[in-house]
Design a protein around this ligand. Structure first.
Ligand code: CTP
Length: 411
């Protein structure tokens, strides 16, 4: 039996990147032989084993044949006579189809090393179309490595979007790939690739329609809403913001996609429409709670921090209460990060400082310093506690505003 390192680990090693987990292919062995050597079988759908000491994955070389729609519809054939080349042929991209033997030689039958050098994502064989997740993977790798997608691969991706293959993806897989793509260095590359092949319109139609929707040039020199959203997401990534912040950045302006054309380039009340669209999207893709909750708060309130200096103390407090900032201070910080990305994710604003965010951080701090318990204890009428606490917090904001030199009474 022969053992080869394969997949992402070989690719990343060739790119000079750190390698986290290694996968191996075993050629010329049977499942019984693997078990005899102490490997632990783990694969449900195909023969994969864990090494007794390193716990790394060893899969028997296999071929796959598509038999039905969906990613379960595969007939897997694993046997000692399946060759390394056959196993590599079933893989998605040439850069992921390079093997390395135990002596350190690379086996590269599909030109993966040349594609790595050229910065090209290219499918290995026409079997690429048998797995719709590969559309998302190719787009995600574009975001990670900044590689271009080969025209012939893009053509296959187009076909998979057009013939409905992409619709067969379960929400969990879509979310898994999207969330990983959002965590890459330049996430917009993933969304642009998905848009180019028509998959974005199937997976995230409410994002796809933002391209071509104009905004007021005075505030948005980039004009196009889709372009703006991509800038916001890339800014969030450049700042190393968390996944919830990046997801909120992606979805904050969805409501602009349903503004009646007559109203363009203005988008009055788009925040309320964003809120509803985000809710539906999160349900459809089964988005985890932390991402969903933040995206909803950002969708609904992202317009307010922009006007922070003009807000009355009552309105500042209203924002702090409606965003639940006192019980969820960390989420409020994430909210401000997303709003900062919204502000800086505009043409010419990348290096601007969103001072309103600091202003609101301070207002938040002033209200946090109010000891609500003490206010409640001093109150002899329990029905008045709520009002007293509110009044104390409002006082705290007013006092802080007085000290800060900002009037905060413009309306
Ligand atoms: N693979 C594939 N088609 C898929 C998923 C995986 O052909 N839909 C193959 C590729 O050869 C890939 C390998 O299986 O390199 C391992 O897959 P996985 O661990 O999911 O991804 P990596 O390529 O290692 O990438 P990442 O760094 O994102 O984990």
């Amino acid at each position: 039996m022969k053992i080869y390192a394969v997949g992402g680990a070989v690719r990343d090693e060739l790119l000079g990147l750190p390698v986290a987990d290694r996968d191996y292919v075993v050629v010329g062995a049977s499942p019984d032989e693997m078990v005899r050597r102490g490997f632990r079988p783990v694969g449900k759908d195909f023969p994969v084993f864990l090494h007794p000491d390193t716990h790394e994955e060893y899969a028997l070389a296999r071929t796959e044949r598509k038999t039905a729609r969906g990613y379960k519809g595969f007939q897997v054939y694993a046997a000692p006579e399946v060759t390394l080349e056959e196993d590599l042929a079933r893989r998605d991209l040439t850069i992921n189809a390079i093997a390395k033997d135990e002596a350190g030689n690379f086996i590269d039958p599909y030109g993966g090393m040349a594609d790595l050098k050229a910065g090209m994502l290219r499918h290995v064989s026409p079997a690429f179309i048998e797995d719709p997740v590969r559309v998302l993977r190719a787009a995600r790798f574009a975001a990670r490595f900044g590689f271009a997608i080969a025209p012939e691969t893009l053509a296959l991706m187009r076909e998979m979007a057009a013939n409905g293959e992409v619709d067969a993806l379960v929400p969990e897989r879509v979310w898994q790939e999207l969330s990983r793509g959002l965590m890459e260095k330049i996430p917009s590359r993933m969304f642009r690739a998905l848009r180019e092949c028509g998959a974005l319109a199937r997976i995230l139609p409410e994002l796809d329609v933002l391209f071509g929707v104009p905004q007021t040039e005075q505030y948005h020199p980039e004009v196009d809403t889709g372009v703006h959203v991509m800038m916001v997401v890339d800014y969030a990534a450049a700042q190393n913001y968390s996944l919830p912040v990046r997801f909120a950045a992606l979805t904050h302006d969805l409501g602009k996609g349903t503004t009646p054309r007559e109203a363009w380039p203005r988008h009055i009340d788009h925040e309320a429409r964003s809120f509803e669209l985000v809710k539906a999207l999160c349900q459809r893709l089964r988005v985890p709670n932390d991402c969903r909750e933040l995206a909803l708060v950002v969708a609904r309130f992202h317009g307010i921090p922009l006007r922070a200096f003009d807000l009355r103390p009552e309105t500042i407090l209203k924002l702090l209460l409606e965003t639940d900032s006192l019980r969820q201070p960390r989420r409020f910080e994430a909210f401000l990060q997303a709003c900062t990305a919204d502000f800086c994710g505009r043409l010419g604003y990348r290096d601007a400082v969103f001072v309103q965010a600091d202003f609101l951080r301070e207002a938040h701090k002033a209200t946090q310093e109010v000891d609500a318990g003490a206010v409640a204890r001093q109150c002899d009428d329990p029905t008045k506690i709520r009002d007293r606490v509110y009044a104390a917090r409002l006082e705290a904001i007013k006092a802080w505003l007085g000290k800060s030199g900002r009037a905060g009474d413009a309306g």
